[in-house]
Structures are given as structure tokens and as C-alpha cells.
Design a binder for this molecule. Structure first.
Ligand SMILES: Cc1ncc(COP(=O)(O)O)c(C=O)c1O
Length: 404
């Protein structure tokens, strides 16, 4: 560079309205062979041929529409299909496609909804541990995130009721109850039918909406059928709902959606629903699901069953008796507890060095505490690889002293 050249100084030009920094462990970005840290769509059953067929069929049928901008809430056929699935699979009949908006993954809908609700200091209730992406979005917006005790039946709604009462007594206006009510991320638990009813009553009583995230509802492997979504249990516009096709058909498609009551829809128009996702992606998913939904969902469940069983078997074989873990009947993750004092944050670089990634428990907490927990996902590697990866991880934890 010539000495006389002065580079542009950007330091005084950026908006002061940018998100607050939120620390994440660097190891999560590393490339490793064993990826137990991301809920990718299951590549073992990825429907390449089916997608090729669906895409050419739908482009033939309606490809001309791509010459224009898509409707602000996204592809109408896709939204009608979503309304049909919510009625047929999730017990939420009569959802108007006009209350549905398509988004860039579930994350796009979550971000847009948080944009219109959350100011710094706003109180939001979440499960004892909650999805790291939403946690990050909440912390970036300066929310006061309060974790509610959670057990095998999901969020403890008695505790929730009490905690909302306390927040209101402090003078706060709690903005929402954010819950991943099905195969919860990261704990794997499903909110029971009774607690769903109770949560809806609590929301209505206190005037605090539920934000229900059912990103994993398509991934029932075995066990009891899922209880219906709270979206269909409520008759007072108390529930906002989000889900996606990213985990089912492909993270790269970036197709998710939100379902919201009319006042929220109006507010979301001001942020343009966070941006409409690719119309081509919506068309492809619409056609693929129209032609293949049931069969594909059952293929995915079969594949996840083999992967889950391999991970459970490997944990049984390689993890010591002073550790414990969940036995999920759906979803894509296992929640592991190590002895008190184990530091899964500190051990991540050693695991990455050994070619394995996982999520340390603190990334699911506002206070970044509870480091003796970790989340392992099983939707990416083959069952054989999962067995090898867990053996390697056990070796790392042993060497690093996490097993006590
Ligand atoms: C509960 C939950 N919500 C939302 C997301 C974000 O999903 P998407 O890729 O559809 O934006 C994830 C991804 O892991 C998730 O687990």
C-alpha cells in the first residue's frame, strides 16, 4: 500500500442500534468429522431424486410466477398446505392461511417476532435450558431472560405461573413465554397435555402470550403420540407459533413459518416479516410434501431411530455410571449430565482437536452457567460413525477429568 493512501475510517459510521455481542465458544465453528453439535437434516435419507422431480414439476406448473416478486407472506399453496398439516397432525383446525407467513427458516420467523416485541430489559420466560439461537437473539436484544424449571413433562407451569406473578409484582410487563414444546431443544422433553392446558390458562390469565416453537414435531421416532399444539387449544389469540422444514428436508432450503394473531401480523408488516424466503424454495417444498410427505417422514423416523439407538448404545458402553442422559422418543438430540464441576465449555477445544463437536450446556443459558451439561445431536453422522465419535468423546472427557 502507498504511504500516502488513507483507508476509509468506518469507526464513526456504524449504527448505534446493532445487536449486543453474545459470546459463543469458537470450537462450534470448527470443521470436525463427528458433528454432534448441529441438528442438520438427516443426510442418510436426503431426497435428492424426489426433489429433482418435484422441482421440475412445480417449475413446469408455476415457474412463470418467479418472474414477479412473491406475495409478502409467501407462497399461498405452501401456506394452505401448512394450515392443512396443522389441522391434521397438530390438532389446530381452522388456521387461516392469511395468518401464516413464510420465513427464512424458523430462525427468520423468531427474529422477526422478537424484533416487534423485545426492547432492552424486557422479561421473557424460557425453559431451564433453551435453543441457543433464540437465546442469542434474546440476549442480543438485551432481554431479561428468565429460565423456568423444566422436567420430563416440560416447563413446570406452576413455577411459570409463580414467576410471572413475581415479575408483574416487580412492575415488569413480561413479553412472552417462549417454549419449545415438542422434543425440546436441548433437553428432548415434550410438554405434557395437562401442562399445555395450564400454560394456555396462565397466558390468558396474565395477558402474556405463548410463543410455541414446534420445529421438531415431524420427528417422532416412537413412544406416545404427541399432544396437540397449544395453537389449537387457545381461543383467545394467546399463542404465536413457529416451525420449519429445514430439519426435515434441508437446512439449506431455509424454509420456515410463523402463525400469528391479527395484531401481531399487522406489527410484523412493519418489519416486512423479516423478508420473504426464496419463492423457489417454497415451491419445491410445497410440491415435494404434496407428493411425498407421509412416506418421507416415516423414512426420516426410521433413519433417526437407528442413529439415536447407536448413540444411546455408545453412551451406555463408553460413559461411566456417574453420568446420565435422556432417552428421547423423537427429535434429534440427547441431553447429558456429567458430575458436578465438569466443565464442558473448557473441554470443547480438546474435543474439536479429536475431531468431535458438541454443545456445552452454558450456551443454552442466559447466565452461561451449568457447564456440567452437554447436548449431543445424532442427525448428521451415520450410526457407525456415531459409535466411533462417542468413544472418542468419552476418551477426551476422561483425559480432561470431566468424569471425576
Ligand atoms: C428449536 C429450534 N428453533 C429454531 C431453529 C432454527 O431453525 P432454522 O434452521 O429453521 O432457522 C432451531 C435449529 O436448530 C431449533 O432447534
Amino acid at each position: 500500500m502507498d504511504e500516502g493512501v488513507h483507508l476509509m475510517d468506518y469507526s464513526g459510521l456504524f449504527s448505534s442500534n446493532t445487536p449486543l455481542p453474545v459470546d459463543m465458544p469458537a470450537g462450534l465453528q470448527a470443521d470436525t468429522k463427528y458433528v454432534f453439535s448441529v441438528t442438520y437434516a438427516d443426510q442418510g435419507v436426503f431426497p435428492t431424486e424426489g426433489l429433482i422431480e418435484s422441482l421440475s414439476k412445480v417449475i413446469r406448473n408455476e415457474g412463470q410466477t418467479l418472474s414477479q416478486y412473491p406475495p409478502p407472506q409467501g407462497h399461498l399453496g405452501m401456506r394452505e398446505l401448512i394450515a392443512g398439516t396443522l389441522a391434521g397432525q397438530r390438532g389446530a383446525a381452522g388456521i387461516d392461511p392469511q395468518s401464516i407467513f413464510l420465513s427464512s427458516g424458523a430462525g427468520g420467523a423468531i427474529g422477526a417476532i422478537l424484533d416487534v416485541f423485545i426492547d432492552p430489559g424486557d422479561v421473557v420466560f424460557v425453559e431451564e435450558f433453551s435453543y441457543l439461537g433464540t437465546m442469542r437473539m434474546l440476549l442480543e436484544r438485551g432481554a431479561d431472560v428468565r429460565h423456568v424449571p423444566t422436567d420430563v413433562n416440560g416447563m413446570d407451569t406452576d413455577a411459570l405461573d409463580r414467576m410471572i406473578g413475581e415479575a408483574i409484582a416487580e412492575g415488569a410487563t413480561p413479553k412472552m413465554i417462549y417454549t419449545i414444546s415438542v422434543y425440546q431443544n436441548p433437553m428432548g422433553v415434550t410438554l405434557s397435555h395437562d401442562r399445555r392446558r395450564h400454560m394456555v390458562q396462565i397466558a390468558q390469565k396474565h395477558g402474556v402470550p405463548i410463543f410455541e416453537n414446534e420445529s421438531y414435531a415431524d420427528f417422532r421416532i416412537d413412544g406416545d403420540p404427541l399432544p396437540p399444539a397449544m395453537l389449537g387449544m387457545d381461543d383467545q389469540d394467546s399463542v404465536m407459533y413457529v416451525s420449519a422444514y429445514t430439519k426435515l428436508i434441508g437446512c439449506g432450503l431455509r424454509l420456515g413459518y410463523g402463525v400469528v394473531p391479527a395484531p401481531v401480523l399487522d406489527s410484523l408488516k412493519t418489519v416486512r416479516f423479516g423478508g420473504v424466503p426464496s419463492h423457489l424454495a417454497a415451491m419445491a417444498v410445497y410440491q415435494y410434501l404434496t407428493d411425498n410427505r407421509e412416506e418421507y417422514i416415516s423414512d426420516v423416523a426410521g433413519s433417526l431411530r437407528a442413529s439415536r439407538d447407536s448413540m444411546l448404545g455408545a453412551l451406555e458402553k463408553h460413559f461411566p455410571s456417574n453420568t446420565s442422559w435422556s432417552r428421547p422418543d423423537g427429535g434429534m438430540m440427547i441431553w447429558v449430565e456429567l458430575p458436578e464441576g465438569a466443565d464442558t465449555m473448557a473441554a470443547l477445544p480438546a474435543a474439536v482437536e479429536a475431531d468431535v463437536k458438541y454443545n456445552p450446556g452454558p450456551v443454552f443459558r442466559a447466565e452461561r452457567d451449568r457447564a456440567n451439561y452437554l447436548r449431543l445431536t445424532y442427525s448428521h453422522n451415520s450410526p457407525e460413525e456415531i459409535g466411533d465419535g462417542i468413544e472418542i468423546l468419552a476418551g477426551v472427557f476422561q483425559r480432561e477429568g470431566l468424569f471425576g
